[in-house]
Design a protein around this ligand. Structure first.
Ligand code: AR6
Length: 173
């Protein structure tokens, strides 16, 4: 866990080479962390998202796209789309895993060394937080092991409940 740091903060305030956004398939922004990232980063991020939309028609659940980061303290924003929780029988766990994995694919392709993740799907998409944290930690731990170029991963929790959960689960490793 040496390269993985737990932080309780607003992800737009944390410096890293890449910031992961919990976006939606339209890539046109929204509430939660997506809204915060577009607000803090400024209009260039949305302009790039619109170009991606024109080219490939948005971003499917479980996939990810990359833009620059505008005014954020970062070089890139990786926009991934987590699943909306329905009842647990709509492939939600696998799709959440895929969303994190898609980020690691872009991290590798772009030689990114430091990255901050929010708790994807655990807000407006209502994914149960403990299960989401378990999936996130498993994929992130593996991703860091598989890519020695990664120097630091920030797990940025905004709400107290997620922060406590991650703190507990990371203590168990
Ligand atoms: N910094 C870090 N984490 C944050 C911030 C912030 N500034 N704001 C919220 N969170 P959510 P989702 C946490 O709802 O569930 C958007 O409208 C929040 O506490 O942002 O994946 C998109 O456009 C929660 O733990 O994303 C989609 O339509 C986590 O970020 C939809 O919401 C994720 O909550 C995606 O829903």
């Amino acid at each position: 866990m040496g390269k993985i740091t737990l932080i309780k903060d607003d992800i737009t305030k944390v410096t890293a080479e890449a910031i992961v956004n919990a976006a939606n398939s339209s890539l046109l922004g929204g509430g939660g962390v997506d809204g915060a990232i577009h607000r803090a980063g400024g209009p260039t991020i949305l302009a790039e998202c619109q170009k991606i939309r024109a080219h490939q028609g948005g971003c499917r659940v479980g996939e990810a796209v990359i833009t620059t980061a505008g005014k954020l303290p970062a070089s890139y924003v990786i926009h991934t789309v987590g699943p909306r929780w329905q009842d647990g029988h709509h492939d939600e766990e696998n799709l959440l895993k895929k969303a994190y994995l898609s980020c690691f694919k872009l991290i590798e392709e772009h030689g990114i060394k430091t990255v901050s993740f929010p708790n994807i799907s655990t807000g407006i998409y209502h994914f149960p937080k403990e299960s989401a944290a378990t999936i996130a930690l498993a994929v992130i731990t593996q991703g860091v092991q598989d890519n020695p170029g990664i120097e630091k991963v920030n797990l940025v929790c905004f709400d107290e409940e997620n922060y406590r959960l991650y703190f507990k689960l990371m203590g168990e490793h």
